[in-house]
Design a binder for this molecule. Structure first.
Ligand SMILES: *[C@@H]1O[C@H](CO)[C@@H](O)[C@H](O)[C@H]1NC(C)=O
Ligand SMILES: *[C@@H]1O[C@H](CO)[C@@H](O)[C@H](O)[C@H]1NC(C)=O
Ligand SMILES: *[C@@H]1O[C@H](CO)[C@@H](O)[C@H](O)[C@H]1NC(C)=O
Length: 527
């Protein structure tokens, strides 16, 4: 009957749409092993994993059983647990406490030299243990081999994933901005330090003579740090992995670098064909706010709203500072949403809403948001660029100052250093951003430039992972540079040859002239 026929057609239609929705394509989706970094790097890579999952790829995550951010249960992935050595959360907690003591007048130098280096070395030691566990457990290794992964996706901030990829002989895709402690480009592409500022230097791409001197110094420090960190990994690698285990070479061998940056954000510099810029890939158009928040935003009227957060890892500002900031906010005609954890300052005005969590992306995308007060983590800065909101930066540590500097250099934000932060400087900075139109104009320009791309950063991130799966790697994009000894790379051998040829020629000519002169002289004498 007609009804039955319709049902039949409808059934096929349903089946077809189910296929389209990903039920069937998942069969030819890839099988991806992921070794992420915990903490804010996980928040970063998680967005990409979400997208890969929705494209039908099967994901397996290697995580520490005591992981801070990486959940064991997820519909997106299955996990392989490594027995945990250390509680990263407690660890960072201690680190930040020290940082705040510096704020309250402790010695910054002691903090930098002692705490920072000991933090990094302890962390690397922990990662060494993870690596040893992975490479020493033959049952696990057999399982990993039998699973026939298509590629390994990792963050080269730590070398564990890179070495595991070598051991399992898997194509390697990096979701990266740093390798160990340096900007990833330094492992990859020509990086003249005359116009490429080192992270931590606090310089832009325009450096005067003395800044260049300092930049070279920072470069040596970063190199020294590299030499301090790599031998540990190399030694483990030598022990378990056959033929050649230099961590830097393994990182250079990666098939694709998905780089969490772009040249709207960063200063232009040389790069390589296997580097794909996915800066801002986690940004999305904002979603509507909850009714209460929307009411709050609208109640600000023409003055607009200031949004403030110092990130997910800072729990409490020193109370004195929090009080000063709160009283500055209280003076302003704007409304304020402030993500603040810890004791509520007594000076909070009735225009300030204190929250312990906020939908940051959606707030930044709201037309009422005028200024973003932030610590300068990569995500926050990229979201501010995406939504075109000028930033008042209060950098705390790591790369945050340098991230904010890239906005300041484009006239899209200003920075207040921690040691200069007080009510007066804070108020001055806020008023500047609120009342000088050019900050907003510049930021909106960055936003337009960032969005004007043929393929969105996230689509690129997914495309290139699938590209590596389809072609079983991307070795054809890798330059020969990494295989060359330094004297060939810089053509020192060629220069030597040319130089000796020139010197040889000059000597020959000189000898010839001498010979001719002498003969002439003897002739003259004879006459
Ligand atoms: C490696 O595994 C073996 C056997 O499981 C164990 O006896 C040995 O202690 C492990 N080595 C390390 C360094 O963990
Ligand atoms: C090795 O890995 C397997 C599979 O993940 C696990 O069941 C086993 O407990 C591990 N062995 C050791 C010594 O940790
Ligand atoms: C908020 O505080 C200001 C000054 O303290 C006062 O003038 C104003 O009426 C208050 N507004 C509300 C809604 O309570």
């Amino acid at each position: 009957s007609l009804w039955n026929k319709n049902n039949y057609v409808w059934g096929i239609g349903l089946l077809f749409s189910l296929c389209l929705m990903g039920v069937v394509p998942s069969c030819d989706g890839g099988n991806i092993l992921v070794l992420p970094l915990d903490g804010s790097h996980w928040i970063n890579i998680q967005v990409q994993l979400d997208e890969l999952h929705s494209h039908g790829h099967k994901l397996t995550i290697i995580r520490s059983s005591g992981s801070w951010y990486i959940k064991e249960q997820s519909h997106m992935y299955s996990v392989i647990n490594i027995p945990s050595q250390i509680n990263l959360k407690e660890f960072f907690g201690g680190f930040l406490e020290r940082q705040m003591q510096v704020l309250e007048g402790g010695s910054a130098l002691v903090f930098l030299t002692y705490d920072f280096i000991s933090l990094l070395l302890t962390l690397h030691e922990m990662w060494h243990n993870d690596l040893i566990y992975l490479l020493n457990n033959t049952t696990l290794l057999k399982e990993l081999r039998d699973a026939k992964y298509d590629l390994l996706l990792t963050d080269p901030g730590v070398a564990t994933g890179v070495i595991l990829a070598k051991y399992l002989n898997l194509p390697l895709v990096l979701n990266a901005r740093w390798f160990l402690a340096m900007d990833g480009h330094f492992a990859l592409a020509p990086s003249p330090v005359s116009y490429i500022p080192l992270t931590g230097s606090g310089f832009t791409d325009k450096m005067d003579f003395f800044q260049r001197v300092k930049n070279v110094f920072y470069y040596s420090v970063a190199q020294a740090h590299q030499y301090l960190v790599t031998p540990g990994y190399n030694a483990i690698c030598e022990k378990y992995v056959e033929d050649g285990c230099d961590v830097i070479s393994l990182i250079q061998d990666a098939d694709i670098w998905l780089f969490r940056s772009d040249f709207v954000f960063d200063f232009p510099r040389p790069t390589m064909p296997n580097v794909i810029y996915i800066g801002g890939y986690s940004c999305k158009p904002s979603k509507p706010l909850s009714a209460e928040l929307e009411d709050f935003m609208q109640s600000a009227g023409e003055h607009g709203v200031i949004v403030m957060t110092l990130g997910s890892v800072v729990n409490a500002l020193p109370i004195k500072l929090a009080e000063e900031i709160a009283s500055v906010f209280a003076k302003l005609p704007q409304k304020v949403i402030w993500r603040h954890i810890g004791a509520r300052p007594s000076t909070v005005g009735n225009n300030t809403l204190i929250v312990d969590w906020m939908p940051q992306k959606d707030l930044l995308g709201h037309p009422q948001t005028k200024v973003f007060v932030a610590h300068g983590g990569t995500n926050g800065v990229q979201e501010a660029i995406y939504h075109g909101v000028p930033v008042l930066g209060i950098p705390l540590f790591f790369d945050q100052f340098d991230n904010l500097l890239r906005l300041q250099a484009r006239g899209a934000g200003t920075i207040i250093r921690l040691n200069e932060l007080n009510g007066e400087t804070f108020e001055q900075g806020l008023r500047e951003l609120l009342h000088q139109e050019h900050y907003r104009d510049n930021m909106q320009r960055l936003s337009r430039l960032h969005r004007d791309q043929p393929l969105s950063p996230m689509d690129q991130a997914v495309f290139w992972v699938e590209y590596v799966i389809r072609h079983k790697g991307a070795a054809h994009l890798r330059t020969q540079a990494y295989k060359m000894p330094w004297y060939s790379y810089y053509c020192v051998d060629v220069l030597l040859l040319l130089l000796s040829a020139v010197i040889g020629t000059v000597l020959c000519v000189v000898a010839l002239f001498r010979f001719l002169c002498c003969r002439n002289r003897t002739k003259i004498k004879q006459q």
